[in-house]
Design a protein around this ligand. Structure first.
Ligand code: AMP
Length: 186
């Protein structure tokens, strides 16, 4: 199974992605995690990505596409994967489509997790207090939400037009949301 996971910052994408990949025994590819790892190991990509991330901006498309083009060709991806936080822009979605075409693969579903804005801010502020992530401060959170609305939300229509969009309510108990997602995919 090949999935894309979408949703605004704070909707619980990462948590649900982890649970859904365990259920379906597929690889969880979080570009946020991948980029944080590149920063920690001080690679060229990490050095280039860091300032954008700390500022709540998106890392440039060509960097993400180069990284994912390599990553999706690795053996562990052949049985399926869940893309968490990628694509985040229209050019990334188009780039992903051409990587997939090259690999003779296609996406099964794009899951969009939804929640209202007040709930999202509440969750992000809580996460910021716990995680110590540099990009979970209130100012950067607001910027990431704006970036989401401008650049990522249009992907919902992109996948709706491809007829692979599934919308799932992201409010409720963690286990209930996981059940909703799994039910929507089987
Ligand atoms: P996340 O952990 O998914 O919230 O991502 C954290 C940060 O990493 C984002 O605010 C972006 O700066 C960067 N990032 C993650 N995925 C992407 C992507 N697909 N395109 C551009 N930037 C990304």
């Amino acid at each position: 199974m090949r999935l894309v996971f979408m949703g605004p910052p704070g909707v619980g994408k990462g948590t649900q992605a982890e649970r859904v990949t365990t259920h379906f025994k597929i690889v969880h590819l979080s570009t946020g995690e991948i980029l944080r790892e590149e920063i920690n190991t001080n690679t060229r990509l990490g050095r280039e990505a860091k300032a954008f991330m700390n500022d709540g901006q998106l890392v440039p498309d060509d960097l993400l596409l180069e990284k994912m083009n390599n990553r999706l060709r690795q053996d562990d991806c052949m049985e399926g994967y869940l893309l968490d936080g990628f694509p985040r822009t229209l050019p990334q979605a188009q780039g992903l489509d051409s990587i997939l075409e090259d690999l003779n693969q296609s996406l099964d579903r794009a899951v969009n997790l939804t929640a209202d804005n007040d709930e999202l801010i509440r969750r992000l502020v809580l996460r910021g207090q716990k995680s110590g992530r540099d990009d979970d401060s209130p100012d950067v959170i607001r910027k990431r939400q704006q970036v989401y609305r401008d650049q990522t939300a249009p992907l919902i229509d992109y996948y709706r037009r491809q007829q692979i969009l599934t919308e799932v309510n992201g409010i409720g108990k963690i286990s209930e949301i996981t059940d909703r997602i799994i039910r929507s995919l089987t």
